[in-house]
Design a protein around this ligand. Structure first.
Ligand SMILES: [Zn+2]
Length: 341
C-alpha cells in the first residue's frame, strides 16, 4: 500500500484516512499550520490519492496510473491551484475558479481545487469564496491552506473541516531536510531545523537564501573567545546587523532562538545544572549546548537578564516597523558589550 510521504503529521493523516474509509469526506478542508510544515504538500498528496484510479480508500496515490502521472507533471485537468498573486489571492482568481466549478469533473468523481495561503485573501475575494463554500457544486472538493494567524475570516474557517498541522520535532524536521538535501551534513540539517523552528519547507528556503551561514556566523561571533578591540567589535556588529536586516522575515525566528539560548544559560546559572538543557539543543547535534556554556560563563545573571530585555526591545522595535538594521545594530552592540544594555 502506498503511504503518504508527509512526516510528523500523524493526527492529520489519521483524520483524513478516517474520513476516506468511512466515505464521509467533507466538501472543504482547511489545512492550517506554520509556514513550511507541509500543508500544500499534504493537500496535493490527498488530491492525488482521491484522483488516483487504483488506490485504496486510505492509501496514497499509486504514482503510476495516468491520473497520478498527470498530477506529478502538474497537468491534471481536474486539479486546479489558486495562489496569491502579488499581495494575496485576488477576486478574479476566485471568479475563474467558480466558473470552472460550474462544470462536472472531466475525468473522474472529483474536481479538486487547492487554494493556497487563503489568509492573504482580501475581504472582497474572501466573501466571494464564502458563497461557494456554502454550496459547492457536487463533485468538487476545496482544499484550503492558511497560517495560524488571525488573517483568515472566521466565516471561512467555520465552513471548512479543520486539519491542523504543527511544527515538527527538530530531529524529525532535520530528517526531512536531509531527505531533500542529501548533500548537507547532519549538523547543518539540524541547525536548519532549529533555525526554522521545525518547519522543513521554511528551512529549505532559508538555505537557498543563504540564511543558515548567517545564523552560524552570528553564533560564532557571539561565542568567539577573542572578541578583538572595541573598534573591531563595533565594525563586526554593524556589518552583521546589516546583513541580518536583509532577512527581515526571519528576524522573529532569529530573536526567538537567541532568547532560548539566553534563557537556558540563565536557567543553567540559577539552577546550577549543566546537562540536559531543554529546547533547541536537546539532541546535542548542534553547537547549542556549547553556545549556552559560553553565554553562562561570559555573563552573570544580571547581564543575561539585560540581554533578554534587549531582545524584547529589538522585537518590539521590529513590530513597530522600525528600521530593522538599526534594531539589529542596537541589539548586537549590546551583545558584543560595546555599550551597556
Ligand atoms: Zn494512481
Amino acid at each position: 500500500m502506498n503511504t503518504f510521504s508527509i512526516l510528523g503529521q500523524d493526527k492529520a493523516l489519521r483524520l483524513l484516512a478516517r474520513a476516506r474509509t468511512s466515505g464521509r469526506l467533507a466538501h472543504a478542508y482547511l489545512f492550517t499550520g506554520p509556514d513550511g510544515v507541509g500543508k500544500s504538500s499534504l493537500a496535493r498528496e490527498l488530491a492525488m490519492a482521491l484522483l488516483c484510479r487504483h488506490t485504496k480508500a486510505d492509501a496514497a496515490g499509486c504514482g503510476l496510473c495516468p491520473s497520478c502521472l498527470q498530477m506529478q507533471s502538474g497537468n491534471h485537468p481536474d486539479f486546479m491551484v489558486i495562489e496569491p498573486d502579488g499581495q494575496g489571492i485576488k477576486i478574479d482568481s476566485i471568479r475563474r475558479m467558480k466558473q470552472a466549478l460550474g462544470y462536472p469533473p472531466l475525468t473522474g468523481a472529483y474536481r479538486i481545487v487547492l487554494l493556497k495561503e487563503t489568509h492573504t485573501m482580501r475581504r472582497e475575494a474572501a466573501n466571494s469564496l464564502l458563497k461557494i463554500l456554502e454550496e459547492p457544486p457536487p463533485g468538487n472538493l476545496l482544499l484550503l491552506t492558511a497560517d495560524d494567524g488571525a488573517g483568515l475570516l472566521p466565516t471561512i474557517r467555520s465552513r471548512c473541516q479543520l486539519i491542523a498541522l504543527h511544527a515538527l520535532p527538530l530531529n524529525l524536521a532535520s530528517e526531512v531536510i536531509q531527505q531533500h538535501r542529501p548533500d548537507l551534513g547532519p549538523a547543518d540539517c539540524f541547525a536548519m531545523a532549529e533555525l526554522s523552528g521545525g518547519s522543513p519547507g521554511q528551512a529549505l528556503r532559508m538555505e537557498e537564501e543563504g540564511i543558515l551561514p548567517l545564523y552560524q556566523e552570528l553564533i560564532q561571533a557571539l561565542t568567539s573567545r577573542s572578541q578583538g578591540s572595541t573598534a573591531k567589535q563595533v565594525q563586526s556588529a554593524l556589518s552583521l546587523a546589516g546583513r541580518l536586516a536583509e532577512h527581515k522575515n526571519m528576524a522573529a525566528q532569529l530573536l526567538h532562538l537567541l532568547r532560548i539560548l539566553c534563557k537556558d544559560a540563565l536557567a543553567a546559572k540559577m539552577c546550577r545544572y549543566t546537562d540536559n538543557f531543554n529546547g533547541v539543543q536537546a539532541s546535542g547535534q548542534t553547537n547549542g549546548t556549547d553556545t549556552i556554556r559560553v553565554f553562562r560563563e561570559r555573563w552573570n545573571t544580571e547581564q543575561l537578564s539585560a540581554k533578554l530585555q534587549s531582545i524584547d526591545r529589538a522585537e518590539q522595535a521590529l513590530l513597530r516597523n522600525c528600521n530593522p538594521a538599526l534594531a539589529f545594530e542596537v541589539l548586537l552592540l549590546q551583545f558584543f558589550g560595546c555599550f551597556p544594555s
